[in-house]
Each structure stands twice: as C-alpha cells, then as structure tokens.
Design a protein around this ligand. Structure first.
Ligand code: DC
Length: 218
C-alpha cells in the first residue's frame, strides 16, 4: 500500500508551517518542512563562502552536508552536527534559500532527501512543489495562500512579538520579490497542482484552515 501523503504548497508566509505541523500532529503523521532543507543548504553555502550563483559549488555542498531533523513541538535542525535552528528563520536565510532554490541541479540533488521523509503511517509535506514535483501521486493536495499584504502583516507581527525590529513596507517588498522569484523560475516553480484544493487564508483564522484540511481528510 502506498504511504499516504498530504501536500501543502503555497507562497512564503501563508501559514503552511503552522497548519502542516498541527495537521501532522493531529493525524500522528510525519512532517516535512521542505523549505528548511533549502534554508539549511543556504546556511551551509554562506558559511563556506560559496557564491549564490556558483551552481557546481552549491551542488557539492548539498551532496556533502549532513542534516538531522528532530521534531517534537519545535523543529530542531543540525547541520554537520551543529544546531542551526536559530538561523533558519532569518529573512536573510529565506532570501538566500529562494535564490539557490532556482538552480535546477540543486533541486535535483535535494529531491531524494525530501522523498525519504515518506514513512508510515503518513506524511504531511509543506513547500512550493510538493504536490507538483516531489509527491505528484499524493492523495490529498492543498494550495494555501493569502494576499501579500496580509502575509507581510503576519510576518511583521511575528517579528515584533519576538522583539526583532521590522519594517512593514520592506517586508512587503521582500515577500513580493520572493513570490516573483519562486513563481517565475524555470524548474519546479511555485504552482498549484491541477488536483489541489485552493484555500485563501487572508480572512481566515489558522484554526479554521486546520479544520478545513482535517475535514478534507475525513
Ligand atoms: O517555505 P520557506 O519560506 O521556508 O522556503 C524558503 C525558500 O526555499 C523559498 O523562498 C523557496 C525555496 N523552496 C523551494 O524552492 N521549494 C520548496 N519546496 C520549499 C522551499
């Protein structure tokens, strides 16, 4: 029997992480935060002073890096044995991840690392190309989005609550720029799978999004 997969794709800041973690916990399924793989590679690349345009250099880093994911309530990620969790959420990490994620050979190397997360009793996978490229045979696919303004406002609130200084118009610009890069790249762009359910969470609470997805599974 195929191991069931629920894919949740969408742009950055749509709430995919929170929703996916909650749904995975409720179902007792595994969770793949594919963005954190691209983010971890970005951290490794920046550490090794490899240029973000040096595709062969980045591929080499991707092939040699060792990643460990520990997921209880919070995700803990170790890169070559070092805990890099606190660097994962930085805007600079996300932007660098989006740049290297546009390189086709880099995506190819990371494909199997993502598919390895498919284990019994099931997997919730969040990202940009989970339903289109990584798990095209997934039983249930969701495309979760929200307006760029709403996503920037949510991100702004998160940062301020953490005591991190933030600028709303700069965040909006960065989100729009990231959307453009993720959507317009040639390889595995951010796109809705033809068999996915579209959810716009702009005017929804996170709890109602979670409920809608759980109802879909039931
Ligand atoms: O979901 P996230 O914000 O953590 O992802 C960071 C970047 O990684 C995102 O801007 C593009 C890239 N990414 C990707 O290309 N494909 C995925 N499945 C997940 C992330």
């Amino acid at each position: 029997m195929a191991i069931p997969v629920l894919t949740i794709d969408g742009p950055s800041g749509a709430g995919k992480g929170t929703v996916s973690r909650a749904v995975a916990k409720k179902l007792g399924w595994h969770y793949l935060d594919s963005g954190s793989i691209y983010r971890s590679l970005a951290i490794a690349v920046l550490k090794q002073n490899v240029e973000l345009t040096n595709e062969p250099g980045i591929v080499k880093t991707a092939q040699s890096m060792s990643l460990e994911f520990e997921c209880d309530d919070e995700l803990v990620v170790k890169l070559d044995g070092e805990d890099i969790t606190s660097q994962l959420g930085l805007e600079s990490t996300g932007n660098a991840a989006s740049v290297i994620a546009a390189l086709p050979e880099v995506r190819r190397v990371l494909l199997q690392k993502q598919r390895d997360f498919r284990k019994m009793p099931g997997l919730v996978a969040d990202g940009r190309d989970m339903g289109t490229v990584v798990f095209p045979d997934a039983e249930i696919k969701v495309f979760l989005t929200a307006s760029a303004t709403e996503r920037a406002q949510r991100r702004y609130k998160q940062l301020i609550e953490k005591g991190i200084d933030a600028n709303l118009s700069l965040l909006t610009n960065e989100i729009e720029e990231r959307d453009r890069r993720d959507t317009e790249r040639k390889t595995a762009p951010l796109a809705m799978a033809s068999d996915a359910l579209y959810i716009d969470s702009s005017d929804m609470t996170i709890d109602s999004v979670i409920e809608e997805i759980l109802n879909l599974i039931r």
